[in-house]
Design a protein. Structure first.
Length: 388
């Protein structure tokens, strides 16, 4: 997408130059065209771009013997495992802005991905959105295809420590998180009921490559109904193919919030999804099985409260509790994972610009699998976020 964006900016710049040169030609000799005439169109675009960023640091510690900070169990009891550490999951820079009245661009990189293998990971977003009217808009590049409520939430505004486990699984299967493709979207009304829609086509192999790994594509769709400012319901569905195997997914989510008093705000969000787990199917490669026998499903509920203080030192206090159920393969006796995440937070600035969170991540599986992350564990997390 970087090349598409560069080419698009070049075309727009050249168009601006052509107009400027034509006007100048009517008033003076073309040989005397100044450098300002060339620079102004480019400068106009650059002045519209905005730079922002987020730094998120985290301290992890495990309460269990022989389990490291990633939840990996070490049956040999090695002293070399890391049971506590400071990490930087996010060190992001964002460049965004309007190229024209109808076209905007968004690019985001995460230098925190250098902590592991950065291949095809550092670039998170690189897309352009062309706005025709409120009812019809187009987006193309690397982006999140709005297949569920979590796809519409920035990491900066999460009320728990991270996205859900089902979000990770549907990301691995090409439906959520950073995907490469194109989407048509818009807003309208059914009678007096406002709704948003998204209909896309993506490669389905995440951002692991700047091309596709097969000829199959995946078609995610979402409709979000806004019954009121405080109550929204989303419905998702998708069809696709990978290596000739047919895929399908569906899901629904609900978001409700209410101002309990002048200072106390309550919100609860929940989500359910079900679909093929083709990444597990292709990785196991078991003879005489089909992808239809590999089905995953998950659900979570996340209630939370925020108490507004609005003092110079502290803006608000918050608390949340997430419960999640995820089965990676309910047709073949999948190892069900249940997760409990209580968290509290302190906001020292408006809009989560300076935020400190504390929490515990409690994982419980149907059965423990030695030397894997499918093992019961308890971890403590402290997280500091700075937005600029």
């Amino acid at each position: 997408m970087k090349y598409y964006t560069t080419a698009l900016l070049a075309v727009l710049s050249c168009s601006g130059l052509a107009v400027q040169a034509q006007d100048a030609a009517q008033a003076e000799d073309p040989k005397t065209v100044s450098l300002d005439t060339i620079a102004k169109p480019v400068l106009r675009v650059l002045k519209k771009l905005k730079l922002s960023g987020t730094i998120r640091t985290r301290y992890n510690a495990t309460f269990n013997k022989h389990i490291d900070i990633d939840g990996l169990q070490h049956s040999n009891g090695s002293d070399k495992l890391t049971d506590n550490a400071f990490t930087i999951p996010n060190a992001r820079l964002v460049l965004q802005g309007d190229v024209t009245d109808r076209l905007d661009v968004y690019v985001r990189v995460n230098f925190g991905d250098f902590k592991g293998s950065p291949t095809s990971k550092v670039l998170e977003y690189a897309y352009g959105t062309y706005k025709i009217n409120p009812y019809l808009n187009f987006r193309m590049g690397v982006y999140r295809p709005n297949f569920g409520r979590e796809d519409d939430l920035a990491t900066d505004y999460l009320r728990t420590f991270d996205f859900s486990n089902q979000y990770t699984a549907f990301d691995e299967n090409g439906w959520m998180n950073y995907q490469m493709g194109a989407t048509v979207m818009g807003e309208a009304k059914i009678g007096k009921l406002p709704f948003k829609y998204y209909l896309g086509v993506v490669n389905g192999n995440r951002r692991n490559s700047f091309t596709d790994n097969d000829n199959g594509k995946q078609f995610p769709a979402r409709v979000e109904l806004e019954f009121s400012r405080n109550f929204q319901v989303g419905v998702n569905g998708g069809l696709g193919k990978e290596y000739g195997s047919s895929l399908s997914v569906w899901g629904a989510d609900v978001n409700y919030e209410r101002q309990l008093s002048r200072k106390l705000h309550f919100q609860v969000e929940s989500e359910f999804k079900q679909g093929n787990n083709q990444s597990l199917f292709f990785s196991e490669d078991i003879p005489n099985t089909t992808v239809s026998n590999y089905m995953m499903r998950g659900a979570y509920v996340l209630p939370g409260v925020m108490y507004t203080i609005n003092k110079k030192e502290i803006k608000s206090l918050e608390a949340s509790f997430k419960y999640e159920y995820f089965d990676p393969n309910f047709k073949r006796d999948g190892n069900v994972r249940q997760q409990y995440v209580p968290m509290v937070g302190v906001d020292f600035a408006e809009n989560y610009a300076f935020r400190l969170q504390f929490g515990v991540v409690i994982d419980r599986y149907n059965h423990n699998v030695p030397n894997t992350t499918e093992y019961n564990s308890n971890r403590f997390i402290t997280q500091l976020q700075i937005r600029f």
